[in-house]
Design a protein around this ligand. Sequence first.
Ligand SMILES: Nc1ncnc2c1ncn2[C@@H]1O[C@H](COP(=O)(O)OP(=O)(O)OP(=O)(O)O)[C@@H](O)[C@H]1O
Ligand SMILES: [Mg+2]
Length: 192
Amino acid sequence: MSGPILRVEGISKGFPGVQALKDVHLEVRAGEVLVLVGENGAGKSTLMKILSGIYTKDEGTITFEGQEVELTSPLQAQELGITIIHQELNLMPDLTVAQNIYVGREPTTGPFLSERKLNRQTAELLQRLDIHLDPRQRVGELTVAEQQMVEIAKALSFNAKILIMDEPTSALTDSEVETLFVLIEQLKARGT
Ligand SMILES: Nc1ncnc2c1ncn2[C@@H]1O[C@H](COP(=O)(O)OP(=O)(O)OP(=O)(O)O)[C@@H](O)[C@H]1O
Ligand SMILES: [Mg+2]
């Protein structure tokens, strides 16, 4: 597709006592990285939450893959292909990497959950993304950067076409930031 995958026009959003967004426009193309910069309270997170179905906009239109869409819930946005990774990561520390990625969607053998299939499909996903983590490791034992990789893998396991990250580098060291940027380059190359 040659046009933008996502087009946002005239988005406004108010909260009691504050106009967080006023007439926002932006376009994103497949394989493009767009960075939002603004001071504290500028409305960055509010815009990202609207685009991921968490908040509803007061005004404006969102066009995704050429069709106007109403984003009504995070699940619906995710099903369309728009996924957000929050600043506060949302993983369960006592579960493994694989269990976190496929929670609620675990593969089964007959009526039983299949840990073996789960770990195998996670290993395949991580390999495709060139993420070097053990599917069986507990997430609580990972560094923040590694946990973020798990979040990214989880987002992409839903076939995310647009991946939104809110302040993804704020808790990372310089070398971890480099690793994140390498992964972002790979996602770009795939058209995410
Ligand atoms: N759920 C909410 N209820 C009321 N006001 C809110 C809500 N969410 C955000 N706001 C207000 O909207 C404005 C924009 O906030 P937002 O969090 O989008 O900014 P931001 O650019 O992400 O800031 P930061 O850099 O601090 O993360 C702020 O004035 C904030 O207080
Ligand atoms: Mg914010």
